[in-house]
Each structure stands twice: as structure tokens, then as C-alpha cells.
Ligand binder design. Structure first.
Ligand SMILES: C[S@@+](CC[C@H](N)C(=O)[O-])C[C@H]1O[C@@H](n2cnc3c(N)ncnc32)[C@H](O)[C@@H]1O
Length: 292
């Protein structure tokens, strides 16, 4: 494996990296990023299959172990293992990468983990264990209104974004930089307030990427720039480094470039790299991580 020639303090180029993130992330220095946004593939196709609790607690073969900050989290993992086999796989996939995210965040850094309603509650437990409950900042609901509506339950039209900070006493958050929204009842506020708009809450109404709009790249899971713009604006400053290691079409990179942040976008899929090369090639160097 080659080590990336990259140090965060260098005014080096933004990077689009073709690599499995589990191989690439360990090559980056601790505390390099002010903001990390990740939108991993969802754990679909869940199979419910209960196991014996005794098997569960020995699932790793090494019993409880201590995580960052002296926290023990195998017990919680064990409980989840017993509940859902498919989640065990998903957990094994996600957990080491989220541990890397924790390591890579600067003291004033923030993680945005984008999931859907099927995963978010498990992931909350996982992130509480990795970061500590005191580091939980928000659960953002991205509400949209698109596609068919289920008739046998409330149609699910939202995603969930868990927000955790590395250090609750030092994290960067600047709501003055965030775009504002129209008041729902504009007649009830002064003209000055109406003009200025209101600060967004933790529920973000935003359309999906329009199938006919100019933002569309053709990458199937592309997220709208408007969502990422809010997160990047609030949780980083100009010149800071931001990271997306499930980058897909490179939405984080596109937003970061427009807002004067520096970025690394990682994806293992060659189609994603093609899309990012055409979307970000003018502002980033595209590299492939060689493996031995
Ligand atoms: C939901 S998509 C991200 C979409 C992105 N937020 C956007 O706006 O386009 C998830 C991405 O994770 C990538 N991925 C999955 N496993 C990976 C891994 N182990 N290393 C790097 N990328 C991975 C997939 O190729 C996919 O592009």
C-alpha cells in the first residue's frame, strides 16, 4: 500500500481518491478534518434471525473490550447481534470506519452521518458508544416529498442525519453562515424579520435532486447540494479540510469548493470516480490508492 502524500497543514490539492475507505482512511493523520459527512449505503434486505444470547456475547471471541475514551461497547453490540443478523454485518462494516472518522476529526470537528429510518436508531447507539453521549449534537430530519405513497402506513419521506462533535466544549458551529428560511406565518412577524427569514431548525425541508435539473449527475444516490451547504457552512470555516469517504457523485466536494473549503472525497466505485472526475476535476486531483 502506498501512503498518500498528504498532510492537512499543506495547502495541497483537494483530492478525489479511488479506494476502499477502510484501506485509505488509516493513511491519514489524526485530527485532520473539521467536518466529515458520510452517506453510507443503507442496510437494505434485512433478515430477522435471532441467535442464542450466549453465542452473542462471544461473537468477537474476545469478550468485552474498551473503546475510545475507555468506553466499553461490546455489550451493546452483543445485544444488537442477537436481534438482527443483517445488522451484524452492517455493524461490522460501519463500525471500523466510524472509529476512523472519530480519529480523523479535529478537536473542533463534527461528523454528519446520513442514514435512513431503518438504521438510524442502531447507529445512534453505536455513535453514543464511539463518541460518548455528551457528544451528540442533533438528529437532523431531511424531509422531502417525492415518489409513491404507501397506503398501509404513513409514507416515509425523510432521511436522518446524526450529528456528533468530537469535543462538546470546542466544536465549531456558526449559524450566522447558514441560509435562512421563509417564516411559515409571515403575517405574524415584522417586515424586517420577514425579509431576513428564520434560522432553520433540525427539520430540513428540501427537494431531492431534480431528475431534470442542472445539479443532476446521473449517479443514483446523489444528494442535493442544498443539504450539504447548510452542514458545511455551519460546521467548518473557509480554508478548513472536510472529508466524505462514501462520496458517490462528490456532492460534499462540490459544495466545499464553492464555499472555499478544502476536501477529500473517497469512493471505491469506478463509476463514482468517473462522475467526480467530471464534476470536480477542475478543482481536485484524482488519485487511485495502489495496494500491494
Ligand atoms: C449512498 S452513496 C453516496 C452518495 C453521495 N452522498 C452523493 O451525494 O452522491 C454511497 C457510496 O459509498 C460507496 N462505497 C461503499 N462502500 C465503500 C467503501 N468500502 N469504500 C469507499 N466507498 C464505498 C459506494 O460506491 C457509493 O458511491
Amino acid at each position: 500500500m502506498t501512503t498518500m502524500p498528504w498532510q492537512p497543514e499543506e495547502a495541497g490539492p483537494n483530492l478525489v481518491v479511488h479506494a476502499d475507505n477502510s484501506t485509505f482512511l488509516p493513511t491519514l493523520p489524526d485530527g485532520s478534518f473539521t467536518m466529515i459527512y458520510v452517506d453510507p449505503p443503507f442496510n437494505t434486505g434485512r433478515v430477522q434471525s435471532r441467535q442464542q444470547t450466549t453465542m452473542v456475547h462471544n461473537a468477537d471471541g474476545d469478550g468485552d473490550r474498551t473503546g475510545f475514551g475507555g468506553r466499553s461497547y461490546d455489550t451493546i453490540k452483543g445485544a444488537l447481534h442477537s436481534y438482527d443478523d443483517a445488522f451484524t454485518d452492517y455493524w461490522s462494516f460501519l463500525e471500523p470506519r466510524l472509529l476512523q472518522a472519530w480519529r480523523l476529526l479535529a478537536e473542533d470537528g463534527t461528523l454528519y452521518l446520513h442514514l435512513d429510518y431503518r438504521e438510524v436508531h442502531y447507529a445512534k447507539v453505536m455513535l453514543d458508544s464511539i463518541f460518548g453521549r455528551e457528544c451528540f449534537l442533533n438528529e437532523i430530519i431531511w424531509a422531502y416529498d417525492y415518489g409513491a405513497r404507501a397506503k398501509n402506513r404513513w409514507p416515509t419521506k425523510h432521511d436522518n442525519i446524526l450529528v456528533y462533535v468530537k469535543n462538546p466544549k470546542k466544536y465549531h458551529f456558526d449559524n450566522a453562515e447558514v441560509d435562512r428560511e421563509p417564516y411559515m406565518a409571515p403575517g405574524l412577524v415584522t417586515a424586517e424579520k420577514r425579509e431576513r427569514g428564520k434560522l432553520p431548525t433540525d427539520v430540513w425541508w428540501h427537494t431531492i435532486v431534480s431528475p431534470t435539473g442542472k445539479e443532476k449527475t446521473g449517479y443514483p444516490t446523489q444528494k442535493p447540494e442544498g443539504l450539504l451547504r447548510r452542514a458545511v457552512s455551519a460546521s467548518s470555516r473557509e480554508g478548513d479540510w472536510v472529508l466524505d469517504f462514501f462520496a458517490g457523485s462528490g456532492t460534499l466536494g462540490a459544495v466545499a469548493a464553492k464555499l472555499g473549503r478544502r476536501f477529500i472525497c473517497v469512493d471505491q466505485n469506478s463509476q463514482a470516480i468517473q462522475v467526480m472526475t467530471s464534476r470536480l476535476g477542475h478543482v481536485a486531483t484524482v488519485v487511485a490508492l495502489e495496494t500491494a
